[in-house]
Design a protein around this ligand. Structure first.
Ligand SMILES: [Fe+2]
Length: 419
């Protein structure tokens, strides 16, 4: 599909204009396709302790055997015990697959699929943070397309098949994976991390139980919350694909995160703050399902794939730097988000810049570092190539970047002594 010259040849202003025109044309067509596709929103169970109601909902679908996909540490410390007991009480046979890593790979997916088949499972429960949820979705894709490697479905609208029912139980408030059509999987051989995007991946039901998040360490609360903020901000500043619904969800998510993330970070057992953050992550997930993310995610995914940087940490560090680099093009939309947060200032630019400063202050408050010391100079061409391929032309970012723009950003990410 790509008809433009490779990024390495695109340093002139003429090429920047051509690349932007090409991306905007693609996005205009995709915007129409988006309207025609429509997006479901999963059923929701919400409230303290509501995870114990999940087995009844599963039984209502006529399902008697499930694969529970869960992170190994989470499972070992008994986080899924009450759900397992409730499943047994409902006479639902649950087989546990927890042999997966953070940033799940195609090999993890193959192993999970083998367990799914071996135990003749009819549905999948995804229990945990972003990694188990992404892995569970990819296992469902593999179950629908058993003869091909799951990495063949990375990209947009390649699945195109109804999947087995997927019940999503997030134990962090960040990825929003319980209401997205995306599953991010790393190719174990190349370390390339890329997303499968297809409406078929939308979970059947999402469980928002704040009791599942109270034991999260403060650092994880912080970084996952910043991931949710990033979803809301990137989808809102993209603007192009969003309808009134996604715009409204993104504004609500940003406000809820600013109001509740410091409270949940300081006081982990504040159930109200935890519930509000889960709701924010859900809203933000639904917002970017249509609105897409942007360069923060595109660059962040490469750092996860190459160096194992946690997704939320990458998002927190990169977000304010990308927003500053976008410049005035993004001020009007950021000013609207500032309004949603009650930020007062005279001009659009002042409101936008105040919002960026608030994000930077929030990072400081949450103990987020200013940059990364893992980025190697020899990897930069690969980082740029992967980020460019992920974002352009799919993401309707406010400013289309060429290689020099990515290099500027990466230079700022390597600065570790000042924010
Ligand atoms: Fe994210």
């Amino acid at each position: 599909m790509r008809t433009l010259p490779r990024i390495g040849m695109m340093s002139t202003m003429e090429n920047r204009i051509a690349k932007t025109a090409w991306c905007r044309s693609y996005q205009a067509a995709l915007k129409v396709a988006n309207y025609l596709l429509g997006y479901q929103t999963p059923e929701v169970l919400e409230g303290p302790g509501c995870v114990r109601q999940l087995p009844r909902a599963i039984a209502a679908h006529g399902i008697g055997r499930v694969l529970l996909v869960c992170g190994p540490h989470l499972y070992a410390r008994g986080a899924a015990d009450s759900l397992m007991e409730a499943l047994a009480a409902q006479e639902i046979e649950a087989h546990v697959f927890c042999d997966l890593q953070a940033n799940p790979t195609d090999r993890d997916v193959e192993a999970g699929y083998a367990s799914f088949v071996e135990n003749a499972c009819e549905a999948i429960i995804a229990f945990g943070g972003g990694s188990p949820l992404d892995c569970a979705k990819a296992i469902a894709v593999k179950a629908a397309h058993p003869t091909k490697p799951v990495t063949a479905y990375q990209g947009v609208l390649k699945v195109r098949t109804k999947l087995v029912p997927l019940f999503a139980v997030p134990t962090t408030a960040g990825t929003g994976s319980e209401t997205t059509i995306a599953s991010v999987i790393t190719d174990a051989a190349t370390h390339h991390k890329a997303s499968i995007n297809d409406p078929a991946l939308m979970p059947t039901l999402a469980v928002l139980d704040p009791e599942l998040t109270v034991s999260l360490p403060p650092h994880v609360t912080a970084t996952t919350g910043m991931d949710a903020l990033c979803h809301a901000v990137e989808s809102y500043t993209n603007a192009t694909y969003c309808t009134k619904l996604e715009n409204d969800y993104a504004r609500r998510a940003v406000r809820l995160i600013f109001e509740n993330l410091p409270r949940a970070y300081e006081q982990g057992d504040d159930l109200t703050a935890r519930q509000n953050l889960q709701r924010a992550a859900f809203y933000a997930g639904r917002a970017f399902t249509r609105g897409c993310v942007g360069y923060v995610h595109a660059v962040g995914h490469t750092l996860g794939g190459l160096y194992g940087v946690s997704h939320g940490l990458a998002m927190a560090v990169i977000l304010p730097k990308v927003l500053r680099q976008y410049g005035p093009a993004v001020y009007p939309r950021l000013a609207e988000l500032a309004d949603a947060c009650g930020i007062k200032a005279n001009t659009t630019a002042e409101r936008a810049l105040t919002l960026i400063a608030r994000i930077e202050q929030l990072n400081e408050q949450l103990g987020i570092p200013a940059g990364f010391d893992c980025i190697r100079d020899e990897d930069i061409p690969q980082i740029i190539a992967w980020a460019d391929a992920e974002a352009n032309p799919l993401y309707p970012v406010p400013v289309v970047w060429c290689r020099g723009d990515f290099e500027r950003l990466i230079g700022k990410l390597k600065v570790t002594t000042e924010r």
